[in-house]
Ligand binder design. Structure first.
Ligand code: AMP
Ligand code: MG
Length: 423
Protein backbone atom coordinates (compact mmCIF):
# COMPACT_ATOMS: atom_id res chain seq x y z
CA UNK A 1 0.00 0.00 0.00
CA UNK A 2 1.29 3.49 -0.76
CA UNK A 3 2.16 5.66 2.20
CA UNK A 4 -0.27 8.60 1.95
CA UNK A 5 2.48 10.98 3.14
CA UNK A 6 4.40 10.43 -0.11
CA UNK A 7 3.65 13.07 -2.69
CA UNK A 8 3.31 11.19 -5.96
CA UNK A 9 4.69 13.07 -8.98
CA UNK A 10 3.33 12.78 -12.48
CA UNK A 11 5.21 10.18 -14.47
CA UNK A 12 5.25 9.35 -18.15
CA UNK A 13 2.81 6.52 -17.44
CA UNK A 14 0.15 8.89 -16.14
CA UNK A 15 -2.53 10.37 -18.31
CA UNK A 16 -2.82 13.59 -16.35
CA UNK A 17 0.12 15.90 -15.86
CA UNK A 18 -0.60 19.56 -15.32
CA UNK A 19 2.93 20.52 -16.39
CA UNK A 20 2.53 18.94 -19.83
CA UNK A 21 1.30 21.25 -22.60
CA UNK A 22 -1.03 20.09 -25.38
CA UNK A 23 0.34 18.84 -28.69
CA UNK A 24 -1.16 21.77 -30.59
CA UNK A 25 0.20 24.36 -28.13
CA UNK A 26 3.62 22.71 -28.32
CA UNK A 27 3.63 22.72 -32.11
CA UNK A 28 2.69 26.40 -32.20
CA UNK A 29 5.33 27.30 -29.65
CA UNK A 30 8.00 25.41 -31.59
CA UNK A 31 7.03 26.94 -34.92
CA UNK A 32 6.95 30.44 -33.44
CA UNK A 33 10.58 30.05 -32.35
CA UNK A 34 11.98 28.32 -35.42
CA UNK A 35 13.23 30.60 -38.16
CA UNK A 36 14.56 29.79 -41.62
CA UNK A 37 18.36 29.57 -41.64
CA UNK A 38 18.28 32.12 -44.46
CA UNK A 39 21.62 31.41 -46.17
CA UNK A 40 21.32 30.67 -49.88
CA UNK A 41 23.36 29.13 -52.70
CA UNK A 42 23.05 28.90 -56.48
CA UNK A 43 22.61 25.38 -57.86
CA UNK A 44 22.12 23.85 -61.28
CA UNK A 45 18.73 22.26 -61.93
CA UNK A 46 20.25 18.78 -61.60
CA UNK A 47 21.50 19.60 -58.10
CA UNK A 48 18.33 21.19 -56.85
CA UNK A 49 15.83 18.33 -56.51
CA UNK A 50 14.11 18.59 -53.07
CA UNK A 51 15.89 21.86 -52.31
CA UNK A 52 13.85 24.88 -51.20
CA UNK A 53 13.61 27.89 -53.53
CA UNK A 54 14.96 31.10 -51.99
CA UNK A 55 13.30 33.39 -54.55
CA UNK A 56 10.39 33.27 -56.99
CA UNK A 57 11.24 31.84 -60.41
CA UNK A 58 9.84 34.27 -63.02
CA UNK A 59 9.55 33.46 -66.71
CA UNK A 60 11.05 35.83 -69.25
CA UNK A 61 9.31 34.01 -72.12
CA UNK A 62 5.91 32.65 -73.14
CA UNK A 63 5.57 28.85 -73.16
CA UNK A 64 4.82 27.79 -75.78
CA UNK A 65 6.61 30.64 -77.48
CA UNK A 66 4.45 30.40 -80.63
CA UNK A 67 0.91 29.25 -81.26
CA UNK A 68 1.33 25.68 -82.56
CA UNK A 69 -0.56 22.61 -83.57
CA UNK A 70 -1.73 20.05 -80.99
CA UNK A 71 -2.28 17.41 -83.71
CA UNK A 72 -0.92 16.07 -86.96
CA UNK A 73 -3.32 17.46 -89.58
CA UNK A 74 -4.07 20.47 -91.77
CA UNK A 75 -3.95 24.13 -90.70
CA UNK A 76 -6.31 26.71 -92.15
CA UNK A 77 -8.24 29.83 -91.16
CA UNK A 78 -11.23 29.08 -88.93
CA UNK A 79 -13.24 31.62 -90.93
CA UNK A 80 -12.60 29.52 -94.05
CA UNK A 81 -14.01 26.25 -92.58
CA UNK A 82 -16.80 24.57 -94.60
CA UNK A 83 -20.28 26.01 -93.97
CA UNK A 84 -23.20 23.81 -95.06
CA UNK A 85 -21.33 21.08 -96.97
CA UNK A 86 -17.78 19.73 -97.46
CA UNK A 87 -15.20 21.97 -99.14
CA UNK A 88 -12.05 21.26 -101.08
CA UNK A 89 -8.71 22.93 -100.14
CA UNK A 90 -5.32 23.21 -101.81
CA UNK A 91 -2.37 22.01 -99.71
CA UNK A 92 0.32 24.70 -100.24
CA UNK A 93 3.13 23.33 -98.07
CA UNK A 94 4.14 21.64 -94.81
CA UNK A 95 4.97 23.00 -91.34
CA UNK A 96 7.15 20.73 -89.19
CA UNK A 97 8.06 21.13 -85.49
CA UNK A 98 11.29 23.12 -85.70
CA UNK A 99 10.81 23.88 -89.44
CA UNK A 100 7.91 26.29 -89.81
CA UNK A 101 6.15 27.04 -93.09
CA UNK A 102 6.85 30.70 -93.72
CA UNK A 103 4.34 31.76 -96.36
CA UNK A 104 0.87 33.21 -96.03
CA UNK A 105 -2.10 30.79 -96.16
CA UNK A 106 -5.17 32.30 -97.88
CA UNK A 107 -8.83 31.35 -98.39
CA UNK A 108 -9.27 27.97 -100.09
CA UNK A 109 -5.80 26.91 -98.96
CA UNK A 110 -4.41 24.84 -96.10
CA UNK A 111 -0.99 23.73 -94.80
CA UNK A 112 -0.03 20.18 -93.85
CA UNK A 113 1.06 20.53 -90.18
CA UNK A 114 2.72 18.27 -87.54
CA UNK A 115 2.21 18.31 -83.76
CA UNK A 116 4.25 21.11 -82.19
CA UNK A 117 4.81 22.98 -85.48
CA UNK A 118 4.19 26.76 -85.43
CA UNK A 119 0.90 27.83 -87.04
CA UNK A 120 1.56 29.51 -90.40
CA UNK A 121 0.40 33.09 -90.96
CA UNK A 122 -3.29 33.15 -91.90
CA UNK A 123 -4.14 29.96 -89.95
CA UNK A 124 -5.66 29.49 -86.48
CA UNK A 125 -7.37 26.08 -86.74
CA UNK A 126 -6.22 22.48 -87.31
CA UNK A 127 -8.26 19.62 -88.73
CA UNK A 128 -6.91 16.22 -87.68
CA UNK A 129 -5.47 14.15 -90.53
CA UNK A 130 -7.95 11.36 -89.67
CA UNK A 131 -10.83 13.76 -90.42
CA UNK A 132 -9.99 14.71 -94.02
CA UNK A 133 -10.27 12.92 -97.32
CA UNK A 134 -7.40 13.08 -99.81
CA UNK A 135 -8.46 14.01 -103.32
CA UNK A 136 -4.99 14.28 -104.87
CA UNK A 137 -1.50 14.78 -103.38
CA UNK A 138 -2.21 18.52 -103.16
CA UNK A 139 -6.00 18.62 -102.65
CA UNK A 140 -8.04 17.58 -99.61
CA UNK A 141 -11.72 17.53 -98.68
CA UNK A 142 -12.87 18.76 -95.27
CA UNK A 143 -16.37 18.02 -93.96
CA UNK A 144 -18.57 20.32 -91.82
CA UNK A 145 -18.68 20.27 -88.01
CA UNK A 146 -15.25 21.73 -87.17
CA UNK A 147 -14.69 24.69 -84.85
CA UNK A 148 -12.47 27.75 -85.23
CA UNK A 149 -9.27 27.48 -83.05
CA UNK A 150 -9.64 23.72 -82.52
CA UNK A 151 -6.50 21.56 -81.97
CA UNK A 152 -4.27 24.58 -81.43
CA UNK A 153 -2.06 25.44 -78.45
CA UNK A 154 -2.01 29.19 -77.89
CA UNK A 155 1.31 31.00 -77.25
CA UNK A 156 1.73 31.44 -73.47
CA UNK A 157 -1.13 29.06 -72.57
CA UNK A 158 1.19 26.99 -70.33
CA UNK A 159 3.33 29.83 -68.90
CA UNK A 160 2.87 33.58 -69.46
CA UNK A 161 5.88 35.85 -69.86
CA UNK A 162 6.66 37.68 -66.54
CA UNK A 163 4.54 35.28 -64.46
CA UNK A 164 5.82 33.49 -61.31
CA UNK A 165 6.34 29.88 -62.30
CA UNK A 166 7.50 28.39 -58.98
CA UNK A 167 7.22 30.25 -55.69
CA UNK A 168 9.87 31.03 -53.08
CA UNK A 169 9.64 28.43 -50.28
CA UNK A 170 8.63 25.58 -52.58
CA UNK A 171 10.68 22.37 -52.38
CA UNK A 172 11.67 21.51 -55.94
CA UNK A 173 10.02 18.35 -57.30
CA UNK A 174 10.65 16.42 -60.53
CA UNK A 175 7.87 18.34 -62.35
CA UNK A 176 9.37 21.68 -61.28
CA UNK A 177 12.73 20.79 -62.84
CA UNK A 178 11.01 20.34 -66.21
CA UNK A 179 8.93 23.50 -65.80
CA UNK A 180 12.01 25.60 -64.95
CA UNK A 181 13.92 24.04 -67.84
CA UNK A 182 11.01 24.93 -70.15
CA UNK A 183 11.64 28.64 -69.49
CA UNK A 184 15.35 28.25 -70.20
CA UNK A 185 16.70 28.75 -66.66
CA UNK A 186 19.76 26.65 -65.79
CA UNK A 187 20.52 27.71 -62.20
CA UNK A 188 18.33 28.69 -59.27
CA UNK A 189 18.82 30.18 -55.80
CA UNK A 190 17.95 27.76 -53.00
CA UNK A 191 18.34 27.86 -49.23
CA UNK A 192 21.36 26.03 -47.82
CA UNK A 193 20.45 22.74 -46.18
CA UNK A 194 20.05 22.96 -42.41
CA UNK A 195 22.82 21.08 -40.60
CA UNK A 196 21.34 18.59 -38.17
CA UNK A 197 23.60 16.95 -35.56
CA UNK A 198 22.38 14.10 -33.41
CA UNK A 199 23.65 11.70 -30.78
CA UNK A 200 22.23 9.04 -28.49
CA UNK A 201 22.67 9.12 -24.73
CA UNK A 202 22.84 6.07 -22.48
CA UNK A 203 25.42 3.90 -20.70
CA UNK A 204 23.57 0.79 -21.91
CA UNK A 205 23.96 1.59 -25.61
CA UNK A 206 26.32 -0.43 -27.77
CA UNK A 207 27.16 -0.02 -31.41
CA UNK A 208 26.48 -2.82 -33.87
CA UNK A 209 29.41 -5.25 -33.82
CA UNK A 210 30.09 -4.86 -30.09
CA UNK A 211 29.12 -7.74 -27.76
CA UNK A 212 26.12 -7.16 -25.47
CA UNK A 213 26.65 -7.61 -21.70
CA UNK A 214 23.63 -8.06 -19.44
CA UNK A 215 21.39 -5.01 -19.73
CA UNK A 216 23.09 -3.63 -22.83
CA UNK A 217 21.14 -2.89 -26.01
CA UNK A 218 22.09 -1.87 -29.50
CA UNK A 219 21.60 1.79 -30.32
CA UNK A 220 18.71 1.78 -32.78
CA UNK A 221 17.60 5.40 -32.38
CA UNK A 222 20.47 6.75 -34.43
CA UNK A 223 19.44 4.52 -37.31
CA UNK A 224 15.81 5.65 -37.11
CA UNK A 225 16.93 9.26 -37.02
CA UNK A 226 19.34 8.75 -39.87
CA UNK A 227 16.52 7.22 -41.94
CA UNK A 228 13.99 9.96 -41.18
CA UNK A 229 16.52 12.75 -41.73
CA UNK A 230 17.79 11.25 -44.98
CA UNK A 231 14.33 11.66 -46.46
CA UNK A 232 14.52 15.39 -45.76
CA UNK A 233 16.49 18.13 -47.29
CA UNK A 234 19.23 18.36 -44.60
CA UNK A 235 22.91 17.81 -43.94
CA UNK A 236 23.31 15.00 -41.40
CA UNK A 237 25.99 14.99 -38.68
CA UNK A 238 25.97 11.70 -36.70
CA UNK A 239 27.86 12.21 -33.43
CA UNK A 240 27.50 8.65 -32.07
CA UNK A 241 26.73 7.63 -28.49
CA UNK A 242 27.47 9.73 -25.39
CA UNK A 243 27.61 8.22 -21.89
CA UNK A 244 25.28 9.31 -19.11
CA UNK A 245 27.63 11.64 -17.29
CA UNK A 246 27.46 15.38 -16.92
CA UNK A 247 30.89 16.26 -18.25
CA UNK A 248 30.75 14.05 -21.38
CA UNK A 249 27.25 15.30 -22.14
CA UNK A 250 28.13 18.95 -21.58
CA UNK A 251 31.08 18.54 -23.91
CA UNK A 252 28.96 16.79 -26.55
CA UNK A 253 26.24 19.46 -26.43
CA UNK A 254 28.77 22.25 -26.89
CA UNK A 255 30.47 20.49 -29.80
CA UNK A 256 27.16 19.65 -31.49
CA UNK A 257 25.73 23.16 -31.20
CA UNK A 258 28.88 24.71 -32.63
CA UNK A 259 28.55 22.79 -35.90
CA UNK A 260 24.78 22.47 -36.41
CA UNK A 261 21.62 24.53 -36.85
CA UNK A 262 19.63 21.91 -34.95
CA UNK A 263 20.79 19.36 -32.38
CA UNK A 264 18.70 16.25 -31.68
CA UNK A 265 19.43 13.85 -28.84
CA UNK A 266 17.59 10.77 -27.66
CA UNK A 267 17.30 9.50 -24.09
CA UNK A 268 18.03 11.06 -20.75
CA UNK A 269 15.13 13.51 -20.75
CA UNK A 270 12.89 11.96 -18.10
CA UNK A 271 13.43 12.13 -14.37
CA UNK A 272 15.64 9.07 -13.79
CA UNK A 273 18.92 9.30 -11.86
CA UNK A 274 20.91 9.43 -15.08
CA UNK A 275 18.65 11.83 -16.98
CA UNK A 276 20.96 14.82 -17.30
CA UNK A 277 19.80 16.41 -20.52
CA UNK A 278 17.41 18.91 -18.98
CA UNK A 279 19.95 19.91 -16.31
CA UNK A 280 22.60 20.67 -18.91
CA UNK A 281 20.35 22.58 -21.30
CA UNK A 282 19.14 24.70 -18.39
CA UNK A 283 22.77 25.39 -17.54
CA UNK A 284 24.18 26.19 -21.00
CA UNK A 285 21.07 26.92 -23.10
CA UNK A 286 17.38 27.69 -22.87
CA UNK A 287 14.40 25.36 -22.45
CA UNK A 288 11.08 26.34 -24.05
CA UNK A 289 9.19 23.06 -23.60
CA UNK A 290 9.93 19.97 -21.60
CA UNK A 291 6.70 18.00 -21.38
CA UNK A 292 3.95 17.48 -23.93
CA UNK A 293 0.66 15.71 -23.18
CA UNK A 294 1.29 13.00 -25.73
CA UNK A 295 1.70 9.26 -25.71
CA UNK A 296 4.21 7.99 -26.46
CA UNK A 297 6.69 10.76 -25.88
CA UNK A 298 5.73 13.03 -23.01
CA UNK A 299 9.21 13.91 -21.83
CA UNK A 300 10.45 15.88 -24.81
CA UNK A 301 12.61 18.95 -24.52
CA UNK A 302 12.66 21.79 -27.00
CA UNK A 303 15.00 24.71 -26.56
CA UNK A 304 18.08 26.51 -27.78
CA UNK A 305 21.73 25.81 -27.37
CA UNK A 306 24.10 28.55 -28.51
CA UNK A 307 23.05 29.38 -32.07
CA UNK A 308 21.35 26.02 -32.56
CA UNK A 309 17.85 24.83 -31.82
CA UNK A 310 17.57 21.74 -29.69
CA UNK A 311 15.23 18.75 -29.42
CA UNK A 312 15.79 16.27 -26.59
CA UNK A 313 13.65 13.31 -27.63
CA UNK A 314 12.76 10.46 -25.27
CA UNK A 315 14.92 7.32 -25.33
CA UNK A 316 12.18 4.87 -26.22
CA UNK A 317 12.49 4.09 -29.92
CA UNK A 318 8.79 4.44 -30.79
CA UNK A 319 8.64 7.76 -28.93
CA UNK A 320 11.60 8.96 -30.97
CA UNK A 321 9.77 8.32 -34.21
CA UNK A 322 6.36 9.65 -33.18
CA UNK A 323 7.77 12.83 -31.64
CA UNK A 324 9.97 13.30 -34.69
CA UNK A 325 6.97 13.15 -37.02
CA UNK A 326 4.81 15.40 -34.84
CA UNK A 327 7.34 18.08 -33.83
CA UNK A 328 10.84 17.77 -35.28
CA UNK A 329 9.79 17.35 -38.89
CA UNK A 330 7.63 20.52 -39.06
CA UNK A 331 10.43 22.36 -37.24
CA UNK A 332 12.93 21.23 -39.89
CA UNK A 333 10.55 22.27 -42.67
CA UNK A 334 10.45 25.71 -41.08
CA UNK A 335 14.24 25.81 -40.69
CA UNK A 336 14.74 24.86 -44.32
CA UNK A 337 12.62 27.76 -45.61
CA UNK A 338 9.57 25.72 -46.67
CA UNK A 339 7.43 26.67 -43.71
CA UNK A 340 5.77 23.87 -41.74
CA UNK A 341 3.50 21.86 -44.03
CA UNK A 342 0.31 20.12 -42.97
CA UNK A 343 0.64 16.37 -42.86
CA UNK A 344 -2.09 14.60 -44.83
CA UNK A 345 -4.66 13.27 -42.36
CA UNK A 346 -8.02 11.69 -43.07
CA UNK A 347 -10.74 9.64 -41.43
CA UNK A 348 -11.12 5.89 -41.88
CA UNK A 349 -12.96 3.08 -40.15
CA UNK A 350 -10.97 1.13 -37.57
CA UNK A 351 -10.75 -2.63 -37.93
CA UNK A 352 -9.25 -2.98 -34.45
CA UNK A 353 -10.25 -2.25 -30.89
CA UNK A 354 -7.85 0.49 -29.72
CA UNK A 355 -7.33 0.82 -26.00
CA UNK A 356 -6.83 4.33 -24.67
CA UNK A 357 -7.51 6.38 -21.57
CA UNK A 358 -8.67 9.99 -21.54
CA UNK A 359 -6.10 12.72 -20.87
CA UNK A 360 -3.41 12.55 -23.52
CA UNK A 361 -3.17 12.80 -27.28
CA UNK A 362 -2.00 9.43 -28.51
CA UNK A 363 -0.22 8.26 -31.67
CA UNK A 364 -0.83 4.56 -32.20
CA UNK A 365 0.82 2.67 -35.03
CA UNK A 366 -1.54 1.60 -37.81
CA UNK A 367 -1.70 -0.31 -41.06
CA UNK A 368 -3.92 1.25 -43.71
CA UNK A 369 -5.28 -1.16 -46.29
CA UNK A 370 -8.39 -2.03 -48.28
CA UNK A 371 -10.65 -4.77 -46.96
CA UNK A 372 -12.43 -7.41 -49.09
CA UNK A 373 -15.19 -4.95 -50.01
CA UNK A 374 -12.68 -2.35 -51.20
CA UNK A 375 -13.18 -0.04 -48.21
CA UNK A 376 -10.10 1.71 -46.81
CA UNK A 377 -9.65 0.70 -43.16
CA UNK A 378 -6.94 0.85 -40.53
CA UNK A 379 -5.86 -1.76 -38.02
CA UNK A 380 -3.41 -1.56 -35.13
CA UNK A 381 0.05 -3.08 -35.54
CA UNK A 382 -0.36 -5.07 -32.36
CA UNK A 383 1.20 -4.17 -29.02
CA UNK A 384 1.53 -0.41 -28.70
CA UNK A 385 4.22 -0.11 -26.00
CA UNK A 386 6.81 2.61 -26.64
CA UNK A 387 9.59 0.01 -26.67
CA UNK A 388 7.96 -2.09 -29.42
CA UNK A 389 9.92 -0.66 -32.34
CA UNK A 390 8.93 -3.51 -34.64
CA UNK A 391 5.37 -2.09 -34.51
CA UNK A 392 6.74 0.99 -36.22
CA UNK A 393 8.27 -0.93 -39.09
CA UNK A 394 5.00 -2.81 -39.70
CA UNK A 395 3.05 0.48 -39.71
CA UNK A 396 2.36 2.72 -42.69
CA UNK A 397 0.54 5.40 -40.69
CA UNK A 398 -0.08 6.84 -37.26
CA UNK A 399 -3.57 6.65 -35.78
CA UNK A 400 -4.20 9.97 -34.04
CA UNK A 401 -6.41 9.74 -30.97
CA UNK A 402 -7.54 12.99 -29.33
CA UNK A 403 -7.00 13.76 -25.63
CA UNK A 404 -10.65 13.11 -24.74
CA UNK A 405 -10.95 9.81 -26.63
CA UNK A 406 -11.37 6.87 -24.25
CA UNK A 407 -10.97 3.99 -26.67
CA UNK A 408 -12.10 2.86 -30.10
CA UNK A 409 -14.31 -0.06 -31.10
CA UNK A 410 -14.25 -1.94 -34.38
CA UNK A 411 -16.25 0.14 -36.89
CA UNK A 412 -15.53 3.52 -35.22
CA UNK A 413 -14.02 6.25 -37.38
CA UNK A 414 -10.46 7.38 -36.55
CA UNK A 415 -8.03 9.95 -37.99
CA UNK A 416 -4.87 8.58 -39.61
CA UNK A 417 -1.65 10.27 -40.71
CA UNK A 418 0.28 8.33 -43.39
CA UNK A 419 4.04 8.74 -43.11
CA UNK A 420 5.74 11.35 -45.29
CA UNK A 421 2.73 12.79 -47.11
CA UNK A 422 2.16 16.54 -46.87
CA UNK A 423 -0.34 18.94 -48.36
P1 AMP B 1 15.74 7.07 -21.30
O1 AMP B 1 14.84 8.10 -21.88
O2 AMP B 1 17.19 7.40 -21.45
O3 AMP B 1 15.36 6.77 -19.89
O4 AMP B 1 15.49 5.75 -22.13
C1 AMP B 1 14.22 5.14 -22.16
C2 AMP B 1 14.33 3.74 -22.78
O5 AMP B 1 14.77 3.82 -24.12
C3 AMP B 1 15.31 2.84 -22.06
O6 AMP B 1 14.78 1.53 -22.06
C4 AMP B 1 16.54 2.90 -22.96
O7 AMP B 1 17.36 1.78 -22.85
C5 AMP B 1 15.91 3.00 -24.34
N1 AMP B 1 16.83 3.69 -25.24
C6 AMP B 1 17.43 4.87 -24.98
N2 AMP B 1 18.22 5.22 -26.00
C7 AMP B 1 18.11 4.24 -26.93
C8 AMP B 1 18.70 4.04 -28.22
N3 AMP B 1 19.56 4.93 -28.73
N4 AMP B 1 18.36 2.93 -28.91
C9 AMP B 1 17.49 2.06 -28.39
N5 AMP B 1 16.90 2.19 -27.18
C10 AMP B 1 17.21 3.26 -26.45
MG1 MG C 1 18.91 6.76 -20.68
Amino acid sequence: MLNDKIKIQASCADDDDSEAISVEAARQKILAKMTCIGKTEKLTLHQSLNRVLAEDVVSSINVPGHTNSAMDGYALSGDDLPGVSSDQYKVIGTSFAGQPFKQQCSAGQCVRIMTGAAMPTGTDTVVMQEHIEKVTDTEILIATGHKKNQNVRQAGEDIRKDSVVVKKGHAIQAADLGVIASIGIAEIDVYKQPRIAFFSTGDELRSIGEPLETGDIYDSNRYNLYGMLSQLNVEIIDLGVVKDNLSDLRQAFKAASSKADLVITTGGVSVGEADYVKTIIEEIGKIHIWKIAMKPGRPITFGELGNAFFFGLPGNPVSVMTTFYQFVLPAIQQLSGQGARSPLTFEVVSDSVLRKRRGRFECQRGILSRNETGQLTVRATGKQGSGILSSMSRANCLILLAEDCDGINVGDVVTVQPFNTYL
